[in-house]
Design a protein around this ligand. Structure first.
Ligand SMILES: Cc1cc2nc3c(=O)[nH]c(=O)nc-3n(C[C@H](O)[C@H](O)[C@H](O)COP(=O)(O)OP(=O)(O)OC[C@H]3O[C@@H](n4cnc5c(N)ncnc54)[C@H](O)[C@@H]3O)c2cc1C
Length: 576
């Protein structure tokens, strides 16, 4: 992993995103302190930046280095170059290395940028084979305006109205859907002929197809699971964090791991954010009128649990005993189907199918979503399935990859109180987890096999990959982690209120995927982004600030400089 030298002072301000070692003095008093710079924290800071309020972003990682390795499946998939060296433990106490990424931009540096909305039904109660997926305290219609803002901020390409399961939208995507390359178009046509309803998948990439089709652009081939060396992926660093670093009121501190939060004796107010600068045990304390945790679902729970005090003996804001519980991360399966026909697709992630998302005639349970993965290659196959591919020569894997069409199957898992994050005395995360809805996942796979018959892959050979970037430990694949601090109206059963403020603390908010009461069966990032904008706007209102808003470039004033304006992007983000 490419974390910079631990003790380097890393105050980042203005247009010097790597001004390490300057020794700049940082005020320790802010209006808002945001912990984490990923989908939640980066977006929330972006939303608040234009208010002029003094914002401190605390990020435990550094910038992800732009280097050729970004696009090399060897370092990325085989060596795990960008995965944190953390050790977590499963329910039996067995150690594993979680596939987690500590950088400016968080997990979005590696994400596939498939930016889906949850379906309206996901906001209500849904019956599953293994239990109930609970209702959210907000309806889809109430949440919808922030989905639109999120899609515009993250430059999503798509076509609202194609997928029969999607809810109403107040505005079309800022960019037209990325067009299918010939092999994927063939698959889409065949699916339609078979009576399915394929749609163009929503993709967050910085690309103008009028100037350059995705297929001519090698950088887009591998964005799923790889960092983008030319910053052409709409990740939180590129879209949300970098554009605000010129502002005087925004400070970013790198290598700044928040270890705990301190409160006043009543426990109602956070008085200090305790930071470890580089793991030498030396602490710094920062003060903010409002503190927002967005460290990712597992780490946010960890910070709260480690902040236990006399006022909060079971962990900060944990009178409900819900902090760390209800961990979810989807039942996912990545499948490569090797047909007889070549698949020379470059940007493969353009197609989705939701025909099995909801219960239907002859289908009792909701089964989930099918979408495409980034195009596989021999190196990635070796990394994902080291045992299966060990004896296969590279040339023959390369030949196989030429034929591979790669799919990603997602089934919802349920919020179970026993699926939980706890922290031991040394501060290590323990993740107890039992999968749910396996019968639904099997049902989706059955339907998927029927689909293959319609798309020219009837004589396929299927390589099962146990998990994304598999390390053969499914629990380690925590890319879609959510749910450890769910929001709700009842302080007895939820950690956060409807604005994602902790029920028990007056100035503490959570703005990452922890807040999800259920996970649905589509990728979580757009919902985290939309919610971060929502919570950011609420905080601005609470502070009596005006000018919050991330999505309309005209309103962003200074922020518009360096941001990527809709319909004017060049296919490559400005890299300042
Ligand atoms: C390989 C991969 C592919 C994915 N593909 C998709 C996709 O296509 N579509 C989709 O919707 N989702 C995808 N995801 C998931 C998506 O990236 C996450 O859901 C999203 O980034 C979660 O946002 P977050 O704010 O909760 O956490 P993150 O984005 O991970 O941000 C957490 C931040 O907090 C920082 N941090 C952690 N602990 C501390 C601490 N103690 N102090 C200070 N900082 C801290 C981290 O370094 C990080 O910057 C993918 C994820 C991965 C890993």
């Amino acid at each position: 992993m490419t974390r910079a030298g631990a003790l380097v002072v890393s105050v980042t301000r203005g247009s010097q995103p790597n001004c390490s070692g300057t020794g700049d003095a940082v005020s320790d008093n802010f209006d808002v302190i945001v912990v984490g710079t990923g989908a939640g924290g980066g977006t929330l800071a972006h939303t608040l930046a234009s208010t002029g309020k003094r914002i401190l972003l605390l990020e435990r990682g550094h910038y992800l280095t732009k280097e050729l390795d970004n696009w090399d499946p060897g370092p990325v998939f085989v060596d795990g170059r960008y995965i944190s060296p953390d050790t977590w433990y499963d329910g039996d106490g067995t150690p594993f290395q979680p596939q987690i990424h500590y950088f400016v931009g968080g997990a979005t540096k590696m994400y596939g940028a498939a930016l889906y909305r949850l379906r309206p039904e996901d906001f209500g109660e849904i019956k599953h084979v293994d239990g109930i997926s609970p209702a959210w305290p907000l309806s889809y219609d109430e949440f919808e305006p922030w989905y639109t803002k999120a899609e515009w901020l993250y430059q999503v390409h798509g076509s609202h109205g194609e997928d029969p399961t999607e809810g109403p939208c107040s505005r079309q995507y800022p960019w037209p859907a990325v067009s299918h390359e010939p092999r994927i178009q063939q698959i889409s046509d065949a699916l339609e002929q078979g009576g399915y309803h394929p749609f163009h998948a929503p993709c967050g990439i910085l690309l103008d197809e009028a100037e350059r089709p995705a297929s001519t652009c090698i950088r887009c081939a591998w964005c799923d699971g790889y960092p983008c060396m030319v910053h052409a992926k709409a990740d939180a660093e590129v879209v949300a964090v970098r554009p605000i670093l010129d502002l005087e009121n925004v400070t970013l501190l790198l290598n700044a791991e928040v270890t705990r939060l301190e409160t006043d004796p009543t426990g109602r107010t956070i008085t200090g954010v305790v930071v470890d600068r580089g793991g030498d045990g030396k602490e710094e304390v920062y003060h903010g009128a409002i503190v927002v945790l967005a460290a990712g679902a597992a780490n946010t729970a960890k910070i709260l649990l480690r902040s236990a005090s006399d006022a909060h003996p079971a962990g900060l804001a944990n009178g409900s005993d819900q902090v760390g519980r209800n961990y979810m991360f989807h039942n996912n399966k990545a499948v490569s189907a090797f047909g007889e026909q070549d698949n020379d697709t470059v940007y493969q992630k353009t197609l989705g199918i939701n025909d099995f998302y909801l219960p239907a005639l002859g289908q009792e349970w909701p089964l989930g979503n099918i979408q495409m993965l980034g195009k596989s290659n021999a190196g990635a196959m070796k990394g994902e399935e080291p045992h299966l591919t060990k004896l296969v020569p590279h040339w023959s894997l390369a030949e196989a990859a030429k034929h591979a069409v790669d799919f990603w199957l997602t089934t919802e898992d349920l919020p179970k109180p026993g699926n939980r994050v706890t922290v031991d005395r040394e501060g290590s995360i323990h993740l107890d987890y039992t999968q749910s809805n396996e019968a639904e996942a099997a049902g989706l796979y059955e339907e998927f096999r029927k689909i293959l018959n319609h798309v020219g892959l009837a004589k396929h050979h299927v390589l099962h990959k146990s998990y994304y970037m598999s390390m053969n430990i499914p629990l380690a694949g925590c890319a879609h982690q959510v749910g450890t601090c769910r929001f709700g109206s009842d302080p007895g059963t939820s950690v956060l209120d409807i604005n994602c403020k902790a029920h028990e603390v007056d100035n503490l908010y959570v703005a990452d995927t922890s807040f999800f009461p259920s996970i649905g069966a589509v990728n979580p990032a757009l919902t985290a982004i939309a919610n971060a904008i929502r919570v950011g706007e609420h905080i601005a209102e609470r502070l009596g600030a005006t000018g919050a808003g991330a999505w309309a470039p005209a309103q962003r004033g200074a922020l518009a400089q360096g941001a990527i304006a809709p319909h004017a992007a060049t296919g490559i983000s400005r890299d300042r």
